[in-house]
Design a binder for this molecule. Structure first.
Ligand SMILES: Cc1cc2nc3c(=O)[nH]c(=O)nc-3n(C[C@H](O)[C@H](O)[C@H](O)COP(=O)(O)O)c2cc1C
Length: 162
């Protein structure tokens, strides 16, 4: 069983979640490749499962994740697909697990017939560069990524693939 995990990440937090997910899927006995959603290889159709994760900025998925789903939609329709979003920070992070996908991610799920979606808490580092991230970081820097939530989701994916 082979799975591809791709991520659209601006500041590395979502990349880290993709790597956590990759490790957790590997523990479930799945052969996993983790890479940026911007990488074009033409091999997406060769995987039994594809997971696409995108960082949320101002209510929108990172463009590499958006473009990946658009570009690979034919291949994705023929395989099992899960999407994840990252992620709420500060007070919004606690209920992340119950958060629904934003509108265009929901539309992407429908377009490719995705099995499911998860929202994971995100990360904002204290020295984040660029406006308004630097201003936000002064008020609420931290890491709300939850490896246990990622691991539990990996188990759900593995069970669905078994
Ligand atoms: C300017 C800015 C806007 C953000 N907008 C959202 C948002 O609309 N929804 C959300 O859940 N998180 C939002 N976040 C939190 C990010 O999604 C979170 O920091 C995430 O972990 C970033 O991922 P990355 O490190 O992979 O870029 C925002 C963060 C910044 C700095």
């Amino acid at each position: 069983m082979k799975a591809l995990v791709v991520y659209g990440s601006k500041r590395g937090g979502t990349k880290g979640l993709a790597q956590m997910l990759g490790d957790a899927l590997t523990e479930q006995g799945i052969e996993v490749t983790v890479r940026s959603a911007a990488v074009r290889t033409g091999d997406v159709g060769s995987y039994d499962a594809v997971v696409v994760g995108g960082a949320l900025y101002a209510g929108r998925w990172h463009k590499a994740a958006r473009r990946f789903v658009k570009r690979e939609s034919d291949a994705l329709r023929d395989t099992k697909v899960w999407l994840f979003s990252s992620g709420p920070i500060g007070d919004d992070a606690e209920p992340a697990g119950e958060m629904e996908p934003v509108g265009h991610v929901r539309a992407a799920m429908e377009r490719v017939g995705a099995v499911g979606h998860a929202t994971f808490g995100g990360r904002l580092e204290p020295d984040a560069k660029g406006f308004p991230a630097n201003a936000m970081a002064k008020k609420m820097a931290g890491d709300w990524r939850d490896p246990e939530a990622v691991s539990a989701w990996a188990k759900e994916i593995a069970a669905s693939l078994a």
